[in-house]
Design a protein around this ligand. Structure first.
Ligand SMILES: [Mn+2]
Length: 330
């Protein structure tokens, strides 16, 4: 719930012109939308001749290193200070998810701006622009850059294309609109190489990811009369293949692709002494609000895509979530 109203693109455009320096950052465990939006906005500000720092608390995931400008992403070290007059958070529903080192590094920042598309966004920051109808933060960044008359270079366009493509399941999810396709057309007109970008995004996976897919296909469970497909990834298996944090990104699409399945659920035993379980839920039916299910476990997200962290052990977390899904269906 946003307690205050959105700022305007005009006000943000004026801030971009008047401020002396910027930092752009996104949520921890960044995905294509987080990094693509960070880079697109940051590069546009850099092209104004302003000093820009590009931060992510978890750094750049290896699978996004093909993005133009990705070498600019810095992972702040504990205790590091980053000087910026304005910090702009993109694609991040709450302040904490920006990460402790990034937040500490930017503690001296004068103005915080929050640009996001998560319905659960708390409206943190001095100025915010939240559009929960946008399928990706990248779509808002495109609209903002256009409104601010900032040039859409090929580098910026490539980052926006990946941001939007990855958050829409390649322009397929329900949130995808005619406007989304119009933006894609504008990005193509800006000179991006779509087939190369798609190959870099969707056909350049490490073998570890295919090992995870094999595990998923062997371990998946179909429950709730065929409406729920779930996968539980154990720490033991993850360690046996030396799994990296982003290796399982998007793998649960294999669960949601099954005929009759309405909700896909992925459980992952996280590393660390507290034995937490990461839950990811995806719904194919707007009447089944997995955002609400995740919120009941202290998490959040969107109606059709959400997540939470639960106390372990794995089997307990599974039965609590299965019970909550059972109640959602009845
Ligand atoms: Mn996003």
């Amino acid at each position: 719930m946003n307690l205050r109203t959105n700022t305007s693109f005009a006000e943000l455009a004026a801030l971009f012109q008047s401020a002396s320096s910027f930092a752009v950052l996104a949520h921890q465990r960044p995905d294509g939308d987080a990094i693509g939006s960070t880079l697109a906005l940051g590069l546009a500000l850099k092209n104004l001749g302003k000093p820009v720092r590009f931060l992510n608390d978890d750094g750049l995931p290896a699978n996004l290193a093909f993005l133009p400008g990705s070498d600019l992403i810095e992972q702040p070290a504990p205790g590091q200070t980053v000087e910026a007059e304005v910090a702009i958070a993109v694609d991040c529903a709450n302040r904490e998810r920006l990460g402790p080192n990034a937040l500490a590094a930017l503690a001296g920042t004068r103005i915080w701006v929050n640009i996001d598309h998560h319905v659960s966004n708390e409206g943190y920051g001095d100025l915010h622009y939240i559009n929960s109808g946008a399928p990706a933060a990248g779509e808002i960044i495109y609209d903002l850059l256009t409104a601010a008359a900032l040039p859409l270079t090929q580098e910026i366009a490539s980052n926006l294309y990946v941001a939007i493509s990855t958050d829409t399941g390649s322009f397929q999810y329900q949130s995808t609109t005619a406007h989304t396709y119009e933006i894609a057309a504008a990005l193509i007109r800006a000179g991006i190489n779509v087939s190369k970008i798609c190959q870099d995004t969707y056909e350049s996976y490490p073998l570890r990811r295919v090992e995870l897919l094999r595990h998923l296909l062997n371990a998946m469970q179909i429950t709730h009369g065929g409406k729920v497909a779930s996968w539980a990834l154990t720490r033991a298996f993850a360690e046996s293949i030396n799994m990296q944090p982003d290796d399982n990104e998007g793998l649960m699409d294999n669960l949601r692709s099954i005929q009759g399945v309405v909700v896909a659920a992925a459980f992952e035993e996280l590393p660390g002494p507290d034995g937490k379980i990461r839950l990811s839920l995806r719904s194919k039916d707007p009447a089944i609000d997995v955002g609400a299910v995740c919120a009941s476990f202290g998490g959040g997200g969107h109606r059709l895509a959400a997540g939470a962290r639960l106390a372990g052990p794995l089997s307990d977390a599974q039965s609590r979530v299965f019970q909550a899904l059972h109640e959602t269906f009845s």
